[in-house]
Design a binder for this molecule. Structure first.
Ligand code: ME8
Length: 515
């Protein structure tokens, strides 16, 4: 069954340069989007940049630029990274765009009309770095007297007039949501964390600021700008054309999947659904959070100088190897470490050896021994049938994994089949059959070509460029590359192009072996 599918990435703050962590969430969302397109779904895939708030205002000041010029520049860089990583977004929203500002204000007005916004004064511990207030019991004092939030960000006592959102009124409704929609928060560890956070009680949320100007003006009160999270979260609706309910894109609401980092799960699973309930708008189906990357065992930070620009990794290792590594290294949802050694190891073992060699061996035997023409499907032995059976169920097995955002488990399923193919080719030894039983050799090669076609088809979302090349070498036309097409065997005798290696082994440049 096909349908609509709406998937989003967080919109990234423009107060710093894009790095591998941002690219990670975007690649994951891209895989989900591409996967659904292959299934025949009508997909809308949104990414963008979050451009308001005091942090951005200060970053612009530090760079000696006007805020809009500053955000234009950094936002363009985020877009360039998305393009460099082959992220197939359908729209790129910027929160400084008029369409967003108008929509964010409309949502505010809806929430206000529901009686859930009131004017008060805010006093509390505020961490500028996190753009968040913290409770007294969350604050610790360092030996030098600085008070810090659990994130390590310094906090200061703030008092200012502020509009509040009646979050406290939504505690029970949120708990009911988590209870009745167990898939709303993933993975399950994060879900438990959020449930116990909400059970501890929710306080009303300050949602406006008067201390700076770089934000969306609060409708009807020009002294206030919206708290950046109220503004930012609404992007998922404003990009669809909200409040214009006639906008064709509005058909994509509610979103099927918000992919976010674990650091912002709370904003998406507590505040966002509460705002939507207050505005009388349907809730997204799922918020799934990914873990965090460290680099060679260390937290990425400007002061350590280990912040990785994904473009540098791509320049050295190639785009698809990087996309593959990021999804393969650790079960999606968990924390992970980016280590050069591990990346090279996976490139050489899993891409070059397991998959690359399998394709190369099969295709070069077809080129050499079958005149470069795809052999016909032959009589199947028990072993053939077993491998082809495993091949036939692969798309459905993957669909089930992708539905629960198990992006790494899905890859593991593909590698299980790749390993089975390698065992099969070694056992059948088609190279030895050329003299003894050429008919059987052709049958074996066709079984492998069919398995490889399925493998390359389902791997397209992960490694679009390389799988495009592999499918071309397997003689698969562009309109034969979706999941439905797998049910139709390729005609025998189709000429295949000359095989060329797809995944070269990575060899350390001279003198760098010890790195
Ligand atoms: O939070 N490992 O923007 P942001 C993995 N503007 N993922 C990482 C990461 C790391 N080391 N570092 C960042 C914001 N990320 C808000 C979002 S949404 C309405 C507003 C990823 O630029 C991860 O997905 O700080 C995280 O949630 C996101 O980048 C935060 O990006």
């Amino acid at each position: 069954m096909t349908g609509r599918f709406y998937v989003t990435t967080p919109i990234y703050y423009v107060n710093g340069a894009p790095h591998i962590g941002h690219a990670y969430t975007s690649i994951a969302a891209d895989i989900v989007a591409r996967f659904h397109r292959l299934c025949g779904d009508d997909v809308f895939f949104l990414t963008g940049t979050d451009e308001h708030g005091q942090k951005v205002e200060q970053a612009a000041q530090a760079a000696g630029e006007a805020p809009q010029a500053f955000t234009d520049r950094i936002s363009n860089d985020f877009r360039a990274v998305a393009d460099a990583m082959n992220i197939s977004y359908d729209d790129f929203i910027r929160t400084t765009e008029p369409r967003h500002i108008k929509g964010a204000q409309a949502i505010w007005e809806k929430v206000a009309a529901n009686g859930d916004i009131y004017l008060g004064a805010y006093e509390g511990w505020y961490a500028l770095r996190d753009e968040a207030f913290y409770n007294e019991d969350e604050i610790t004092t360092r030996p030098d007297g600085t008070k810090v939030a659990p994130t390590g960000a310094p906090v200061e006592w703030m008092r200012e007039p502020s509009y509040f959102f009646k979050l406290s009124a939504y505690q029970d409704k949120l708990l009911e949501l988590y209870e009745t929609h167990p898939d709303f928060i993933g993975p399950v560890g994060r879900r438990n964390e959020i449930v116990s956070f909400v059970k501890q009680g929710l306080r009303d949320l300050s949602i406006s600021r008067t201390s700076f100007k770089w934000g969306v003006p609060v409708p009807g009160d020009a002294d206030h700008v919206m708290y950046v999270w109220f503004d930012a979260l609404t992007n998922y609706l404003t990009a669809l054309g909200y409040p214009d309910t006639n906008s064709p894109r509005m058909a994509f609401w509610p979103a099927n999947l918000h992919l976010v980092g674990k650091d912002i799960a709370r904003f998406h699973t507590v505040y966002w659904p509460a705002f939507l309930m207050a505005a009388g708008i349907e809730l997204p189906k799922m918020v799934f959070s990914n873990g965090w990357w460290t680099v060679e065992g260390e937290k990425m930070s400007k002061s350590l100088g280990n912040v990785i620009d994904p473009r540098d990794l791509v320049a050295e290792f190639g785009l698809d190897a990087v996309r593959f590594f990021l999804m393969r290294e650790v079960p999606f949802g968990g924390d992970s470490d980016l280590s050069r050694r591990s990346l090279i190891n996976r490139m050489n073992v899993e891409l070059a050896n397991d998959l690359g060699n399998l394709a190369q061996r099969t295709l070069s035997l077809i080129a050499r021994n079958c005149g470069g023409l795809l052999p016909a499907q032959g009589k199947h032995t028990e072993e053939d049938a077993h491998l082809l059976g495993q091949t036939a169920v692969l798309p459905d097995v993957m669909k089930a994994q992708i539905a629960r955002v198990a992006l790494t488990d899905a890859l593991e399923e593909v590698w299980r089949l790749i390993r089975a193919c390698n065992a099969y080719i070694d056992h059948q030894a088609p190279w030895a059959l050329k003299k003894t039983d050429p008919e059987r050799m052709a049958d074996v090669l066709r079984v492998l070509a069919d398995a490889l076609r399925a493998i390359a088809t389902v791997l397209q979302p992960y490694m679009p460029g390389s799988m495009d090349r592999m499918l071309t070498q397997l003689g698969v036309e562009t309109d034969e590359r979706n999941f439905d097409a797998l049910d139709v065997p390729l005609p025998a005798g189709r000429p295949l192009p000359k095989p060329e290696g797809i995944f070269p082994r990575y060899v350390e440049p001279e003198g760098e072996g010890a790195k």
